[in-house]
Design a protein around this ligand. Structure first.
Ligand SMILES: NC(=O)C1=CN([C@@H]2O[C@H](COP(=O)(O)OP(=O)(O)OC[C@H]3O[C@@H](n4cnc5c(N)ncnc54)[C@H](OP(=O)(O)O)[C@@H]3O)[C@@H](O)[C@H]2O)C=CC1
Ligand SMILES: N[C@@H](CC=O)C(=O)O
Ligand code: NA
Length: 378
């Protein structure tokens, strides 16, 4: 009987998405182990939140996945700096190797991916920062990865959940390109938060829309927003997703602030210190967005927040637009995203992907699916 390969997992970030990921990882681990001929054994060797971390005593003595929370809560160890974590994970015994799951939105951790990858440690993440900050970081990540132009001994990088949460967006873009299609335009509602806000604030028929600020609070409480909701409301989250998609499609977008992005943050709240202060201050500006809503309603339209990547022209654009209620974007529900891909093959009738684009469980699913792909490659 063949010996199962060990895959050693380090999880950074145990918030909404991180918790859901660990719970799905535990179930996957049970499924793997209950197979009559287990091929993979998953060992949790590190878990961290911003203030503390827990590290396995040794590779042969991992942290039980079912009690990661107790282990982390009772720890007084601070998180390891990324280079130290990479050194630790690079020593994972063969067969199999280590995978780091970054469930934070931390830019310093994102900047350390090339260090992990060059040491043979794979990275799976929903963190958009790595792929949508400066272009040099993008190039460094893919130059270091085995599934980029790095050596076969390098780690793999997968980031499906960085765009459209669990929806198969990154894999679809890659499949279109690798099979020789030419993407000309991608457009749609790319934010679960923005979708939820406008579907609730201005539902078709105009009935029961609550105040805008109350919907922002709801979106945050439902786990749709970024750790700081201002990163959604300023349009940067959608701009980051457009940047990722554009770069994958071959447009070298310099940064998510290098093209027009409409912010929905009132000027007076631009410089408040915390996300909490921002959410608390928002109700006094409800009248402003209500006026924009009424203007659209007079034309028989609804407001929706959209992103467009015009690959042919090499341009991106992000902002609020008016739609007829009969338009597929006008009729979205809940936190649904919709992505329309126009390509040489899908020229007049686009390839459309629609479904929930935010929330812990659907995001964790995207991360776990990537993790399973990496396990298959190790
Ligand atoms: N929520 C969603 O629907 C989606 C989220 N994403 C992405 O998933 C990621 C996580 O989102 P979400 O779970 O909602 O956010 P949360 O704010 O709920 O969780 C973030 C976690 O990261 C931890 N963290 C932050 N900085 C560090 C650090 N330096 N070292 C270790 N841990 C750190 C936080 O620690 P602490 O607990 O101590 O605060 C927290 O546990 C983000 O990148 C987001 O963009 C992607 C698609 C959808
Ligand atoms: N805050 C984001 C989370 C997923 O990327 C969103 O609302 O879409
Ligand atoms: Na996705």
């Amino acid at each position: 009987m063949s010996v199962p390969k060990n895959v050693y997992v380090a999880v950074i970030g145990t918030g909404g998405v991180g918790k859901a990921f660990l719970s799905q990882l535990e179930a996957l681990s049970h499924r793997y182990l209950s197979s009559p001929t287990p091929k993979t054994r998953i060992s949790l060797v590190y878990a961290a939140r911003s203030s503390k971390a827990v590290l396995a005593n040794a590779y042969h003595d991992p942290i039980p996945i079912s009690s990661w929370s107790d282990s982390l809560n009772s720890s007084s160890t601070p998180p390891l700096e990324p280079p130290a974590l990479a050194d630790f994970l690079a020593k994972a015994p063969a067969p199999g190797r280590a995978v780091v799951i970054d469930n934070t939105s931390n830019e310093d951790i994102a900047r350390s991916y090339p260090i992990f990858l060059s040491k043979g440690v794979s990275v799976v993440t929903p963190n958009k920062k790595a792929f949508s900050s400066d272009l040099d970081l993008w190039k460094a990540i893919f130059a270091a990865a085995a599934n980029g132009s790095g050596p076969a001994t390098a780690g793999y990088i997968y980031h499906e959940a960085s765009v459209g949460a669990g929806l198969p967006i990154i894999s679809t873009v890659k499949d279109l390109i690798e099979t020789g299609d030419i993407i000309t335009r991608i457009e749609g509602v790319l934010s679960g938060t923005m979708s939820f806000l406008f579907n609730s604030f201005m539902p078709i028929g105009g009935a029961n829309g609550g105040g805008f600020s109350a919907e922002v609070r709801n979106a945050r409480d439902l786990g749709y927003t970024e750790p700081d909701p201002r990163d959604d409301l300023n349009g940067l989250d959608v701009a980051r997703k457009c940047t990722v998609l554009a770069r994958l499609a071959g447009v070298p977008v310099a940064s998510p602030t290098s093209f027009p992005v409409q912010s929905l943050i009132p000027k007076e709240l631009e410089n408040v210190k915390t996300g909490e202060e921002f959410v608390d201050g928002l109700p006094q500006f409800d009248a402003q967005i209500e006026a924009v809503k009424q203007e659209a309603a007079k034309e028989g339209k609804v407001l929706r927040y959209v992103g467009t990547v015009d690959v042919t022209k090499g341009e991106c654009e992000v902002g609020l637009r008016k739609f007829d209620p009969s338009h597929p974007i006008g009729g979205l529900k809940g936190s649904d995203n919709i992505f329309s891909f126009y390509t040489k093959r899908y020229e007049t009738s686009p390839l459309v992907i629609q479904g929930s684009g935010a929330g812990a469980e659907v995001t964790a699913m995207g991360i776990l699916a990537d993790f399973i792909k990496v396990c298959g490659l190790l």
